[in-house]
Design a protein around this ligand. Structure first.
Ligand SMILES: [Zn+2]
Length: 528
């Protein structure tokens, strides 16, 4: 490599013949090299590690442990100070249930507490937090949100979707310095897993400024494709078009292929954990227990969403839409088709973020949309099978479980799809996703070894492609990264083992030894 680019590929003998006096030779001891990996959907900041309690597995394994961390924190800050935590997930808590106010009241009577779920689509507060937020038995559910209640109608402390705002709007935001440190920390975490490019999961003007500042200070060591989060009404979306154009024009020369003002992220439905994703058939509350009448819902007015899709498409803006349920996926495809009927412009590569349970008919439509217009690309998270699979299996129920992330069908039908972590929902390592795509198993095996079947399992190299060449396309960077090719950036990762020959267990434990971005070493594992 030279000047940050790959110059030649070959075996040791061929490459040694190119060595000149000034050439630095790096002996990798026979370890395999892959392109630097690409995470096609993550929320690229670890600010929660800096200012909040880490409530994620494996740093905690039970509600008791989380409560102990909260108690510890109360001793370090004055009463009345907010104590915030993130990352819990009932599937990996020993108690196998949501955290509720009663769990937190005894350990923190004088500090308001808010613990956000790993999905950030719901969370739990203590009684003081609910009181400050004015959430009580008589409070009605807000539009697009739900206050969880006990049998007597009293709020339990769990607030879902828009209901969270009553509490979260009271929490003072992290400072700019903390946010920049959060981006720098995220770079470290991803570098250590061989990741060199990410597609951001959506943010606002402040977040864009943070990235610019991090880049200026030399702290943005990962190629970042930024997505603007669309407001949930149409009028401000028009204003957003102006913002995007302004940001693109003012930054392009400074940011190159390190920070890209990429497109728009839109939310269409909820989550699997809160059973709010928009589905055709009722959700399950637990294994075999139907959540009668609950089919989830769109989190934005359906007509507004249709207009948003048309607006961004007709303005040539790439968009990726959060759609988990089969009904949400179909509606998103409807809107993409309508937008394309009005404006048959190909190549905007609109994405389907998560795309958990597409129907067979949806797969037909995705094939057609990709073939004709290069749009409707599933941006999936195989890691969810492993880390969230234990509650997914119960909530989706057997009929839907087998078509969760139909990766083999994608592969067989030539559908372009990508993989990512949705960090901090699941950890930053693609190795977890590669393993999960191969075995479709869950972390705790609560519903047997294969609750999602193995029909849709794929091989490690297919999964690796979804974290490299295919994902690079969704960042519009395929001419620059995603494969080791002369002329492309020397973004690469060195591994303990060859992903081509691993078992799922070996894939999961396959550690990154060295990571380079543009030929510059950004990570080296201790002892390598
Ligand atoms: Zn996300």
């Amino acid at each position: 490599m030279t000047e940050g680019r790959v110059v030649a590929l070959g075996d040791t003998r061929e490459l040694l013949s190119l060595v000149a006096p000034h050439t630095e030779v790096l002996d990798l001891g026979g370890h395999p090299v892959t392109p630097g990996l690409v995470d096609s959907h993550c929320h690229f900041s670890a600010v929660h590690e800096i200012v909040t309690i880490d409530a994620a597995y494996p740093s905690v394994g039970s509600i008791k442990e989380i409560a102990a961390k909260v108690r510890e924190r109360t001793a370090t800050v004055p009463p009345g100070t907010w104590i915030v935590g993130t990352g819990w997930n009932e599937g990996t808590l020993a108690e196998r249930r949501y955290i509720v106010a009663a769990d937190l009241d005894t350990v923190s009577p004088d500090h308001p507490v808010w613990l956000s779920h790993a999905s950030e689509c719901y969370g739990a507060g203590n009684s003081l937090a609910l009181r400050l937020a004015g959430v009580q038995s008589s409070t009605t559910d807000p539009p697009h949100g739900r206050i969880e209640r006990d049998e007597e109608g009293r709020p339990t402390g769990v607030l879902i979707d828009a209901a969270q705002l009553a509490v979260t709007r009271l929490i003072p935001p992290p400072s700019q310095e903390d946010r920049i440190r959060g981006v720098a920390r995220a770079c470290e975490l991803f570098h250590a897993e061989g990741v060199t490019s990410v597609k951001d999961g959506g943010g606002d003007a402040q977040r864009w400024e943070d990235y610019l500042l991090a880049l200026e200070r030399g702290l943005l060591g990962i190629r970042t494709f930024f997505m603007w989060e669309a407001p949930r009404e149409l009028a401000p979306c028009n204003a957003l078009l102006g913002h995007i154009a302004g940001a693109k024009a003012s930054s392009a020369a400074r940011t190159g292929h390190q920070l890209m003002c990429g497109g728009v992220k839109i939310y269409l439905d909820g989550t699997t954990g809160a059973r709010t994703a928009w589905v055709y058939d009722d959700w399950y509350e637990g294994p075999g227990i139907l959540d009668g009448g609950n089919k989830g819902y769109p989190v934005v007015d359906a007509d507004v969403f249709r207009d948003q899709a048309k607006l961004f498409h007709s303005n040539g803006i790439h968009m990726s839409v959060h759609c988990i349920g089969d009904r949400a996926i179909d509606f998103c495809l409807d809107c993409y088709e309508e937008a394309l009927a009005e404006n048959p412009v190909a190549g905007l590569r609109h994405g389907l973020i998560h795309c958990h349970i597409p129907t067979h008919e949806a797969l037909d439509r995705i094939v057609e949309l990709q073939r004709r217009f290069d749009v409707a690309v599933p941006e999936t998270q195989p890691t969810f099978l492993w880390f969230l699979g234990d509650y997914y299996a119960a909530n989706f129920g057997p009929a839907r479980n087998s078509r969760l992330f139909p990766l083999r069908s994608y592969s067989m039908r030539g559908i372009n799809w990508t993989a990512g972590s949705d960090y901090p929902v699941t950890p930053s390592g693609p190795r977890y996703g590669i393993a999960a795509a191969m075995c479709r198993q869950t972390l705790l095996n609560r519903y047997g070894p294969h609750p999602f079947g193995v029909q849709e399992a794929i091989g490690p190299l297919e999964a690796l492609a979804a974290y490299s060449s295919q994902a690079a396309r969704q960042l519009f960077l395929e001419d620059w990264v995603g494969s080791l090719t002369p002329g492309k950036y020397a973004d690469l990762a060195v591994w303990e083992r060859d992903f081509g020959t691993v078992t799922p267990e070996e894939a999961r434990e396959n550690r990154c030894l060295l990571t380079m971005v543009g030929g510059r070493e950004v990570y080296r594992r201790h002892g390598f």
